[in-house]
Design a protein around this ligand. Structure first.
Ligand code: GRF
Length: 203
């Protein structure tokens, strides 16, 4: 069984979706550690309530190197094999990513490579696309550029606001992030460069 480390900074609803799937036995993995760089993050409070191992590692007032070396030490100690970024509001350095090659997952609220970076839902609305969605991908050394594991499409409605569109995308995030972690945990993902093939024939 694989060990997951979760990094978050806020609401933690994607973490919650993964944790529920683990608890219900849908993902053959255990959550070894939940780390937040914000003490007041709802996700951190939830993880504590669930009885999971948690760490608050502040990122403020220290260099990125120091912060990341603290993260890495905690993750190594927890024996995390894979890391799930779940609303973690820090960009990881090249050296951090190299410590976990193809072992860090992220969820992004757009159909990458469209609308990387912040405010993806607002970018999609302003661009006038008819469809957007969400993407689970491995993290590489760029921002939202890594190989794509799963995507889900969401139609943009004429009366959508950033809030209504974000809410419908979030529902899909909660579906595909646990699903991607399940495929990973079951050893169903074959990585061929940028292309990832899924050998799960139930899908
Ligand atoms: C989600 O929209 C996710 O796509 C993005 O950050 C948000 C995190 O939400 N990376 P939550 O903390 O998981 O509720």
């Amino acid at each position: 069984m694989i060990n997951l480390g979760i990094l978050l900074s806020g609401r933690g609803s994607n973490f919650e979706a993964i944790a529920r799937a683990v608890k219900e036995g849908r993902i053959p993995a255990q959550i070894a550690l939940v780390i937040s760089n914000r003490e007041e993050a709802r996700g951190l409070l939830l993880a504590r309530k669930m009885g999971l191992a948690t760490r608050f590692i502040p990122s403020a007032e220290k260099t990125r190197e120091t912060f990341e070396s603290e993260l890495l030490a905690a993750l190594k100690e927890s024996k995390a094999d894979y890391i799930c970024l779940a609303g973690f509001m820090r960009v990881l350095s090249r050296s951090f990513v190299r410590a976990y090659p193809r072992r860090i997952l992220n969820i992004h609220p757009s159909l990458l490579p469209a609308f990387p970076g912040g405010d993806a839902q607002k970018q999609a609305l302003e661009h006038g696309v008819k469809f957007t969605g969400c993407t689970v991908h491995f993290v590489d050394e760029g921002v939202d550029t890594g190989p794509i594991i799963l995507q889900a499409v969401v139609a943009v409605l004429e009366d959508d606001s950033v809030e209504t569109l974000s809410a419908r995308i979030l529902e899909e995030e909660h579906r595909i992030y646990p699903e991607a972690v399940r495929l990973l945990a079951q050893g169903c993902l074959d990585v061929h460069g940028r292309r990832i093939f899924c050998s799960d024939h139930d899908r």
